[in-house]
Design a protein around this ligand. Structure first.
Ligand code: NCD
Ligand code: ZN
Length: 349
């Protein structure tokens, strides 16, 4: 395969940049490549107020200061009992806050401040619907009775379906969809879209679990079956406007990935774009790649695509497939997608 494609600089509609030494280590990957980045608020102390979001944005921009001027972090607030709707409205109208993120408590990293049922926040969501503030949802049941691989479907049916029926105008993103049920849900609602990760597009649960458990592929929602992966690939490669890239890049040091309890999250900001390009190339749908990575999300969140361009060329490059990211405080992070990245060059033009 010898292929070349030019795209508007892409946006990442779901990214964890962390803070401190980890932020310093990862920021370049996002800032050099992406224009807008929807910044997740699940820091150790959640980003729940406009003031905290403003300060976090300043830390991100300071860390990115050497990077491309095209990069713009878009801040989100963590939906918890701490979130105040008048503070949110102020932050939204001032252009500081772009969206609110809902986590089910206990579903994932730093989710303990989240909710037990999304409908408990209906009054806040009514205010958001009236003011066109998007709600980003980690759609995963935490009910221990429900099989881990069925938890996205269970949440969609039990919690998000009633919410979308009650507030049909609320703009909702089902984050990191991982199943056919996620695809079907999004197609049913005009104001609902989905972010999709490079790892849910390219790996299945057999990759995660054979010949043994691979902590590097452990994330929430869990990577699901091959038939689920295929359903997601099939829809995104059509260029359907309700689906767009959100890497869910979520760095954890190997000391925490390979420890007693593997932390959920995959660091893919470095090479996620190549992983997605490889999928579109394999499916012979590269013509729809710009829609997925550079246009659909921008349109959903009210922006034009970037006027600056990247060129991707499928050609073999030398990469150390065992390379890791190092932080200034001595941590190492595994890089997802090195294999795919060795087939592509990406340059700004
Ligand atoms: C994310 C993280 O580490 O912050 N982890 C993950 O597995 N995706 C949180 C999240 O988005 O679920
Ligand atoms: Zn995430």
């Amino acid at each position: 395969m010898d292929l070349t494609i030019q795209i508007p600089r892409p946006d990442d509609w779901h990214v964890h940049l962390r803070d401190g030494a980890m932020l310093d280590a990862v920021i370049g990957y996002t800032a050099n490549r992406f224009r807008y980045a929807m910044i997740m608020p699940n820091l150790t102390t959640p980003v729940s107020t406009v003031r905290q979001a403003e300060r976090y944005r300043e830390r991100i921009l300071r860390a990115a200061s050497e990077q491309t001027p095209d990069f713009q972090p878009l801040m989100t607030l963590y939906c918890s009992s701490e979130l105040d709707s008048s503070d949110l409205l102020f932050g939204y109208e001032a252009g500081i806050i772009k969206a609110v993120k809902y986590y089910p408590a206990g579903a994932t990293t730093n989710s303990s401040y989240g909710g037990n049922n999304i409908l408990d926040f209906i009054e806040l969501f009514e205010v958001m619907a009236e003011n066109n503030i998007p709600l980003l949802v980690h759609a995963e049941s935490t009910d221990p009775q429900i099989d881990l691989f069925d938890r996205e479907a269970a949440f969609l049916e039990g919690e998000l379906h009633p919410l979308c029926e009650q507030l049909p105008k609320l703009q909702v993103t089902v984050e990191h969809i991982s199943t056919r049920a996620g695809v079907d849900f999004v197609l049913n609602y005009p104001h609902v879209a989905a972010s999709v990760t490079p790892h849910h597009l390219s790996r299945n649960r057999s990759d995660l679990l054979t010949p043994e458990f691979h902590p590097d592929l452990f994330c929430k929602p869990i990577i699901n079956s091959e038939s689920d992966r295929k359903a997601i690939v099939d829809i995104v490669t059509t260029g359907n406007p309700s689906f767009f890239l959100g890497t869910d890049s979520a760095p954890h040091p190997i000391s925490e990935k390979y420890g007693e309890e593997a932390k959920a999250g995959i660091f893919n900001a470095a090479y996620g774009l190549e992983v997605v390009a490889e999928i579109f190339a394999e499916e012979e749908k590269l013509e729809n790649f710009p829609a997925f990575v550079s246009k659909n999300g921008a349109a959903f969140y009210g922006y034009e695509p970037s006027s600056s361009q990247l060129l991707l060329t499928r050609e073999q490059v030398e990469l150390d497939l065992a390379a890791m990211l190092s932080t200034s405080d001595g941590q190492q992070v595994v890089l997802f997608g090195l294999e795919e990245a060795s087939h592509w060059t990406v340059t700004a033009i």
